[in-house]
Design a protein around this ligand. Structure first.
Ligand SMILES: *[C@@H]1O[C@H](CO)[C@@H](O)[C@H](O)[C@H]1NC(C)=O
Ligand SMILES: *[C@@H]1O[C@H](CO)[C@@H](O)[C@H](O)[C@H]1NC(C)=O
Ligand SMILES: *[C@@H]1O[C@H](CO)[C@@H](O)[C@H](O)[C@H]1NC(C)=O
Ligand SMILES: *[C@@H]1O[C@H](CO)[C@@H](O)[C@H](O)[C@H]1NC(C)=O
Length: 630
């Protein structure tokens, strides 16, 4: 039986966020037309791929993982199983899936949110959430914790207002509109722990005109709009409120029972504790304030300086001055170093990337005079009260230990290579993204002597509510490329021919995946069509089915000049998390792994092989071009 996930509750608002909102609630006049969702109705629905095309692609994608490739007996046997599925169980499951998809603009969305996020039980940080570390701003504002906090908050509220008024420009990629749906879940939204699965709750932005500031482990509700007039508060006013909160929280010893640490737990544990907390009506009210707040700002007391320190700080920080369930969480350290962490369940990285990119550009142009405000009123905040009973107290202490254990098990290396970037790659007529994917394949092959299932996320935002599809980066061509590259009998020209062929194959897969015609989401959909007690078809029981989705390398590209770091954790114990940025003339890869990696892999060694690979690629490419010119 297919579960019906009614996980999503829209509180205080009808179907569309803004359309039903009385205009009088607009506090500040936003210039511009309502444009954010103007293409939404025209976006195509996510298609259900044909069984034939998915199985053909699948058969091809798994070849590199058999020692003898196409000739491997195990491969040939599995192909028979796959062909059998195509004739026997496949058509019925496909029929059910098509039926399920009927009338839905995105058949995958609830299945995916639940499968990939809400049903996932490991702690969201560090395992699911993603971070951006902001570039330093060497202005007066950029060096002062409280000014920077006020500036960030003020611009985030601007951005929020653009969403509320729909004046934000929709995104077009190569002329085609991208789905803007997930912008609706950015603010006044929260993940809520539950058993067996979490939910997310969306609250009315108009009824909840405040943010949460966490400082010294204490939680404060800080208004960003005047409740009486509906006016948005000025920068000066926000600064006064945030400063007062900072002051208030530091007149007390550091919170001895910081409730925030509970959000860093395993989700089952958190769900149980959450339920217990809610039994106390006072706590329940405080929790609802956090959930309904626009976003969270954390004032930290540390001084992260190196890129690695900054990354750790935004990835999981101290664990307690945080609320990991919010989709938008900003941190400002004592030395004004700032960053962002996103809870992933309703949103992928691109919308928040856009927001962060925009606010950092904005702040770099701000001046201190903007903080002056004659009309300033008294600081507008209230502290949230939590009554911590002995049970919760013991849970907090337990979670502090668990958090330490989890975060100490991760290791990180940041790899950067200057003098070779997007422009240089394009000059060789290659796709920069595919090039970096092949660079990663080569480094991993040099390190381990093999290729392993690799995930690259491809955006399907051309469809309504589209999120991602897996691009399987390992292909027969990519395997041939890494083998040829390491083969001393091959000439430079042959090596480059293999590289080009691997890149072309990768580009083809990305195109197919972006059209929603990849393998992974369709096969997932088919498994979800199985009814209770029905026999699982052999295609899904074959070890290669599981193995080929065991993402030893989890990769994704996001590039912004405004960040000096971003990343996430590996998704499997043996794996690497590889977050890369392709800048005009330099490359950056953030490498994370577990310290007790069962394969003994180490991010420092991966970084070493990335350097070796890029140097060889650079050298052989430059020689080949000179030869071509002669
Ligand atoms: C912060 O606290 C100190 C000491 O209690 C007080 O003198 C000062 O005025 C406060 N500052 C703000 C901005 O509230
Ligand atoms: C990489 O990750 C580390 C640790 O999480 C972080 O400090 C750093 O900023 C990240 N760097 C980049 C460039 O993504
Ligand atoms: C704090 O961060 C700033 C800006 O992010 C950096 O330039 C500075 O070196 C850091 N200072 C300390 C004391 O760590
Ligand atoms: C290396 O290349 C040569 C020449 O193309 C080929 O005969 C040989 O099989 C290759 N070796 C490996 C290990 O792929």
């Amino acid at each position: 039986m297919l579960p019906h996930w009614s996980t999503f509750k829209l509180l205080g608002l009808k179907s569309s966020l803004v359309k039903c909102m009385p205009v009088s609630l607009y506090s500040t006049t936003e210039k511009g037309k309502r444009t954010l969702f103007k293409y939404q109705n025209n976006l195509p629905s996510l298609p259900v791929p044909s069984l034939d095309q998915t199985l053909t692609l699948y058969k091809r994608a798994i070849i590199p993982f058999y020692p003898l490739g196409r000739e491997d007996t195990f491969y040939q046997n599995y192909c028979k199983v796959i062909d059998n599925f195509k004739e026997v169980e496949g058509p019925e499951l496909q029929k059910r899936l098509s039926h399920f998809a009927e009338g839905k603009r995105n058949w995958l969305s609830t299945i995916w949110d639940n499968y990939a996020y809400l049903g996932y039980r490991e702690p969201v940080s560090p395992f699911v959430s993603y971070f951006f570390s902001h570039k330093n701003l060497n202005t007066e504002i950029g060096k002062d914790q409280l000014m920077k906090s006020a500036a960030l908050s003020h611009r985030v509220i601007n951005f929020m207002s653009k969403i509320e008024h729909e004046t934000l420009e929709p995104e077009l990629i190569k002329g085609s509109p991208f789905c803007m749906e997930s912008f609706k879940w950015m603010f006044n939204n929260c993940r809520v722990p539950g058993l067996p699965s979490d939910t997310t709750i969306k609250f009315s932005p108009q009824k909840n005109r405040f943010m949460i500031v966490i400082s010294n482990g204490y939680f404060y509700k800080v208004y960003h709009h005047d409740l009486n007039t509906g006016e948005r508060f000025s920068l000066g006013q926000l600064y006064a409120s945030i400063s007062a909160v900072h002051n208030n929280s530091h007149q007390k010893p550091r919170c001895s029972n910081p409730i925030g640490i509970l959000t860093a737990s395993n989700r089952d544990v958190w769900a149980t504790n959450y339920k217990h907390l809610c039994d106390n009506p006072l706590n329940k009210i405080s929790l609802e304030q956090i959930q309904s707040a626009s976003f969270v700002l954390c004032l930290d007391d540390n001084f992260p300086t190196t890129i690695a320190e900054k990354s750790v700080d935004c990835w999981y920080g101290n664990g307690y001055n945080r609320w990991f369930d919010k989709p938008v969480q900003l941190f400002v350290a004592k030395n004004a170093s700032s960053s962002f962490l996103g809870e992933h369940s309703r949103m992928d990285g691109t919308p928040t990337l856009r927001m962060n990119d925009w606010i950092i550009k904005q702040i770099s142009k701000m001046s201190v005079t903007e903080f002056h405000d004659e009309k300033k009123t008294a600081p507008q905040y209230t502290e949230l009260v939590f009554e911590v009973d002995p049970f919760i107290q013991s849970q907090i202490q337990k979670e502090k230990k668990a958090f330490k254990q989890v975060t100490e098990s991760l290791s990180i290396n940041v790899w950067q290579f200057h003098g070779f970037g997007k422009e240089e790659i394009k000059a060789y007529g290659m796709s920069p993204d595919a090039f970096v994917q092949m660079l990663i394949q080569l480094a991993y092959y040099k390190y381990t002597g093999t290729v392993r299932p690799t995930y690259e996320s491809a955006s399907t935002r051309m469809y309504f509510k589209g999120r991602t599809e897996t691009c399987r980066s390992v292909s027969e061509e990519s395997l041939q490329f890494v083998r040829d590259w390491e083969n001393t009998s091959k000439s430079g020209a042959e090596k480059i021919a293999s590289l080009r062929s691997a890149i072309n194959s990768h580009v083809r897969y990305v195109k197919v995946a972006s059209k929603g015609l990849g393998v992974d989401r369709h096969l997932l959909g088919l498994t979800k069509m199985l009814r209770d007690g029905e026999k699982i078809p052999d295609i899904f029981k074959n070890p290669m089915y599981t193995y080929s989705q065991h993402w030893f390398l989890s990769t994704s590209q996001l590039s912004s000049n405004e960040f000096n770091g971003y990343g996430w954790s590996p998704v499997v114990p043996e794996g690497f998390g590889l977050a890369y940025m392709i800048n005009p003339h330099w490359l950056h890869v953030n490498i994370t792994a577990f310290k007790n990696n069962p394969l003994g892999l180490n991010p420092d060694y991966m970084a070493f092989y990335l350097t070796e690979s890029i140097q060889e690629l650079k050298e052989i490419l430059s020689k080949s071009v000179i030869r071509a010119k002669i």
